[in-house]
Design a binder for this molecule. Structure first.
Ligand SMILES: *Cc1c(COP(=O)(O)O)cnc(C)c1O
Length: 424
């Protein structure tokens, strides 16, 4: 699929007059259309609900758009819970899917009335000791081990993943939780990440639905929901076909009707915790070419760096690059597009064929709307960028200002040196 930007060069030239590069820009129209398509694809399931994975894009202005369509928050840390509470998203609108959970996070999640999704068998005891009771609604995270395959393709390696309980542990957990007073149960599993195939969710659903039938029979618990979690991916590269959410919803429905309905479990609600799929394509990193370097390779130095987008450095991930205004030009130059960190993995693109880039050109780095800004860090004392929202009417709203040195030095405020740094 040809990768196009959701913003034009003319629009960007206006935006950079007010907001200097680099910044992350989000596309309200794209977010809304995608959200509606997801909702429609699962509208056959009465209790369906998406809990947006806050870690992907923890920005209240963006989450607020999703909330209009009934989304809740999937949280996994104290500050993510705080963000949800501040937005007025509480109670069963929060799914708390954490792991290696500190006690204060369980306490806070319980105070908010969040649905707690236990990552481990030992957390039953830990939770009970920590909050003094077992909640009436409780969920457990499942990990079947082994490899997760579709036909002969290995999708991911749950056997090597730290998350979830084994099959045996899950059965035991449900029995114990029931004895301790839990009334409504949920099952959660996240077995493959960034899948670009319409088969993943239906395959996962089959595993979980069959498990749910057995669990309900053997333990006598009432299973209220099955949480298919995240993992629906996006096409980062131009040769990948995007997922068809309609086909995914239909695929899950077929399995639901085949497995759950005949078992008398046609009342089970389906939940998702999508992050990447909700936001990934609807955000981009806008940066400017500020240097050209000709040594053993041809380098384009931009004003963004891995601090703004870590995925290429961390995973060798591909992010498509568009040189604005040169969309139709021949890609006849081979470049490494690099940032300024003192780290040689600070490269947005390696040996990438692109049009000839001139200093001052604006570059759009695609698909940074999820796990982009949020993975940012402050290495080399680099500051995090602003986040902007391109609204449906074409206007632009600042939805997070850029960090200043005072933000970076704020944690020295209790020292003399801090006073010096912060008053500068
Ligand atoms: C990260 C995460 C998600 C979201 O994953 P995506 O790949 O962004 O869809 C959902 N649930 C849990 C528990 C996660 O850790």
């Amino acid at each position: 699929m040809k990768k196009e930007t959701f913003v034009t060069k003319a629009q960007l030239e206006e935006i950079v007059k007010e907001y200097p590069t680099p910044f992350h820009l989000y596309d309200e129209k794209g977010i809304r259309e995608n959200m509606k398509a997801l909702r429609d694809a699962f509208s056959w399931n009465k209790g369906y609900k998406e809990y947006f994975a806050v870690k992907a894009t923890p920005n209240p202005f963006l989450i607020d758009i999703l909330r209009e369509y009934g989304c809740g928050c999937d949280c996994s840390s104290y500050t993510e819970l705080m963000l949800s509470e501040a937005m007025g998203i509480t109670g069963e609108n929060i799914m708390f899917s954490s792991n290696d959970t500190p006690p204060e996070e369980f306490i806070y999640a319980d105070q908010l009335g969040a649905i707690i999704n236990l990552d481990d068998f030992t957390h039953i005891d830990f939770l009970e000791r920590t909050i003094g009771h077992i909640p009436e609604t409780i969920s457990c995270r499942y990990n079947p081990g082994g490899l997760f395959k579709i036909s002969n393709d290995i999708m991911d390696n749950p056997g090597d993943s730290k998350y979830g309980m084994t099959t045996e542990q899950l059965f035991e957990a449900f029995k114990i939780l029931k004895e301790k007073g839990a009334k409504e149960f949920g099952i959660h599993a996240f077995l493959a990440s960034n899948t670009v195939t319409n088969e993943y969710y239906p395959m996962l659903a089959k595993v979980l639905f069959e498990l749910a039938v057995k669990l309900q029979k053997e333990t006598g618990v009432h299973i209220k929901f099955i949480n298919l979690s995240g993992g629906i991916g996006i096409p980062y590269t131009p040769d990948q076909e995007p997922n068809d959410i309609r086909a995914i919803g239909d695929g899950v429905r077929r399995v639901y009707e085949e497995v759950l309905v005949p078992a008398g479990m046609g009342d089970v609600a389906l939940y998702t915790e999508l992050g990447r799929y909700m936001m990934g394509p609807y955000g981009c990193l806008v940066t400017k070419a500020i240097h050209q370097k000709h040594t053993h390779k041809e380098y384009i130095g931009v004003d963004a760096c891995a601090v703004n987008l870590m995925r290429p450095a961390m995973y060798g991930a591909y992010h498509h690059v568009t040189v604005m205004g040169k969309e139709k030009a021949a890609c006849d130059h081979k470049y490494d597009v690099v940032g300024s960190l003192c780290e040689n993995n600070d490269k947005f693109a390696i040996d990438r064929m692109l049009p000839k880039i001139d200093t001052g050109d604006l570059l759009v780095i695609h698909d940074t709307g999820a796990h982009g800004f949020s993975m940012g860090y402050n290495y080399n004392g680099k500051l995090k960028s602003a986040e902007l929202l391109l609204k449906e009417d074409g206007s632009v709203q600042l939805i997070r200002r850029a960090e200043t040195p005072a933000d970076y030095f704020a944690t020295f405020d209790c020292f003399d040196i801090g006073k010096k740094l912060l008053t500068k």
